[in-house]
Ligand binder design. Structure first.
Ligand SMILES: CC(C)(COP(=O)(O)OP(=O)(O)OC[C@H]1O[C@@H](n2cnc3c(N)ncnc32)[C@H](O)[C@@H]1OP(=O)(O)O)[C@@H](O)C(=O)NCCC(=O)NCCS
Length: 172
C-alpha cells in the first residue's frame, strides 16, 4: 500500500471511476449508481465542494453544509429534537467515503477524512452513516465524531441512519 498517494481528485472527470469504487465498497445496483451519479455531479457545483482520491482506487468528497440542500432538510428536524441543529451551521459535510475492499484496513479511510477536514475552513464536520456497528461507524468514532441524532430516516432508504458530528481538527 506504500504506492497510495492521497490528493485532490477531479471528481467530475472521474465520476464513473469513483462510482465504480463506491459500487464495490457499498454493493450498489446499476440503478442506484445512476441516481448517485446525478447527485454527485450536482454536489460538485456547490461552492466549496472538494474531493480527495487515493491513487486511482479510492476516494471521498465533501462540502460546506447548506441548510437548503436535500440532506440538511431531512436531518434538521432530527437534530432539532436533540437540541443539535446548530451543528448544521458552519459545518463541513463528509458526503461520500469509500475504499475498495482489497485496500481497506490500511488507514486509507482515516487519511482521506483527516486530510479533507484539515483543509476545511469550518470549525466542525458532520455526516450521516447507516446506524449499525460498521467499520465506518468505528472509524468515525475513533476520529471524535459523536452521535447527534439517531435513528434518522431518509425517504426511500431502507436502513436507519445516525447523524454524527466532530469538532475540527480531528484528533489523531
Ligand atoms: C469505512 C471505510 C471507508 C474505512 O476505510 P479503511 O481505509 O478501511 O479504514 P482505515 O484503515 O483508515 O481504518 C481506520 C479505523 O477505522 C476502524 N475500522 C476500519 N475498518 C474496520 C473494521 N473492519 N472493523 C472494525 N473497525 C474498523 C478502526 O478503528 C481503524 O482504526 P485503526 O487504524 O486504529 O485500527 C471502508 O470500510 C469502506 O469503504 N466501507 C464501505 C463503504 C462505507 O461504509 N462507507 C462509509 C459510508 S458512511
Amino acid at each position: 500500500m506504500d504506492d497510495i498517494v492521497v490528493g485532490p481528485l477531479d471528481l467530475a472527470a472521474r465520476v464513473d471511476d469513483a462510482l465504480a469504487v463506491q459500487a464495490l465498497a457499498f454493493g450498489l445496483t446499476d440503478d442506484e449508481i445512476g441516481v448517485r451519479r446525478q447527485i454527485v455531479l450536482r454536489h460538485l457545483r456547490s461552492p466549496g465542494a472538494r474531493a480527495l482520491g487515493a491513487t486511482t482506487e479510492d476516494g471521498l468528497y465533501g462540502m460546506p453544509n447548506d441548510r437548503h440542500h436535500w440532506w440538511a432538510t431531512i436531518v434538521e428536524p432530527y437534530l432539532r429534537a436533540e437540541g443539535n441543529d446548530a451543528w448544521l451551521d458552519d459545518a463541513f459535510v463528509i458526503t461520500e467515503l469509500h475504499v475498495l475492499p482489497a485496500y481497506q484496513k490500511h488507514r486509507i479511510g482515516r487519511t482521506l477524512i483527516t486530510t479533507i477536514t484539515d483543509g476545511a475552513d469550518e470549525p466542525r464536520s458532520i455526516l450521516s452513516a447507516i446506524d449499525t456497528e460498521s467499520p465506518a461507524r468505528a472509524l468515525y468514532r475513533k476520529l471524535g465524531y459523536r452521535d447527534l441524532a439517531r435513528p434518522v430516516h431518509f425517504p426511500s432508504a431502507p436502513s436507519a441512519y445516525a447523524v454524527m458530528g466532530a469538532l475540527l481538527p480531528l484528533p489523531r
